[in-house]
Design a protein around this ligand. Structure first.
Ligand SMILES: CC(C)(COP(=O)(O)OP(=O)(O)OC[C@H]1O[C@@H](n2cnc3c(N)ncnc32)[C@H](O)[C@@H]1OP(=O)(O)O)[C@@H](O)C(=O)NCCC(=O)NCCS
Length: 240
């Protein structure tokens, strides 16, 4: 396969604010026992709706990308909690990553690279003081010079990029956040010597969806090819 013929990373996002428990009830049949029992254990109705929506969206997308039935997949929780999909004993030849936030769920899929995504609502409440704790010095300096009325959006641009990276590696919060930082425009990762990797191999893309959700996606791209990101908004009626 030539670099130009490698398909882009695809991301599906679905708004959830209007969905009720009745709306998502039919999707429980598509989930497996582990997913259904996780839904049952969640105490907050909105969280149950978001989890069921994210996992139904994931099965719909894996099905569309593989040609298998949505019920065909089982998951194994890997390194530091990152799920991987299987069909029976065979690992599915697709990488995926899920993110949920209040009002939106998203999943991205690639056949070619391990990836990470993060979505956050831009009107969520954030204590901007945490920037000093989580952000590298250069990032905090960049944030400090952004316009006052764009502080929250700028904060979330950085936050979602950092999450996309730690979810792409699968290390999650076991990845020390002071070992890497981002240039934001255009998104580009920088490594301290603690990370023995080629920063030029990494690609990050960032979008605002439906005017209120920041989404970042990142992956390590073999050969330095930028596969590109194709984003589709899905409505719940379109899933199955
Ligand atoms: C779990 C974590 C990987 C992401 O958590 P999050 O941002 O709260 O949640 P998201 O909705 O974006 O992602 C959750 C999904 O990621 C997947 N996931 C879980 N662990 C993962 C890991 N180690 N790597 C990649 N993906 C992971 C799962 O599919 C999970 O959804 P599910 O439980 O419904 O299957 C981890 O980074 C975390 O706990 N973050 C907390 C936020 C924070 O402090 N960030 C500081 C960065 S500036």
């Amino acid at each position: 396969m030539t670099p130009a013929s490698i398909p882009p990373v695809r991301l599906w996002a679905m708004p959830t604010a209007e969905l009720t428990e009745d709306d998502v009830a039919a999707w429980l049949d598509v989930l497996d026992d582990t997913e259904r029992s996780r839904v049952a254990r969640l105490a907050i109705p909105r969280t149950r709706i978001e989890y069921a929506s994210a996992h139904a969206l994931t099965r719909a997308m894996l099905s569309a990308a593989s040609g298998e039935a949505p019920t065909a997949f089982r998951y194994e929780i890997g390194f530091k909690g990152k799920p991987r999909a299987f069909i029976g004993d065979r690992p599915l030849d697709l990488h995926f990553n899920i993110s949920h936030t209040d009002g939106l769920v998203a999943v991205a899929v690639s056949r070619h690279c391990e990836l990470g995504i993060d979505v956050e609502a831009v009107d969520r409440s954030v204590d901007l003081a945490v920037a000093d704790r989580y952000f590298f010095g250069a990032e905090a300096d960049w944030l400090a010079v952004q316009p006052r009325d764009r502080q929250l959006e700028s904060f979330l641009r950085l936050w979602t990029l950092k999450e996309a990276y730690i979810k792409a590696t699968g290390r999650g919060l076991s990845q020390p956040l002071d070992e890497f930082w981002f240039d934001v425009d255009p998104p580009r990762i920088r490594f301290t010597p603690a990370i023995d990797d080629d920063e030029r191999a990494w690609r990050f893309h960032q979008r605002v969806l439906a005017d209120r959700f920041m989404v970042s996606a990142g992956w390590r791209s073999a050969g330095g090819v930028d596969l590109g990101l194709v984003v589709e908004m899905k409505r719940s009626a379109e899933l199955f």
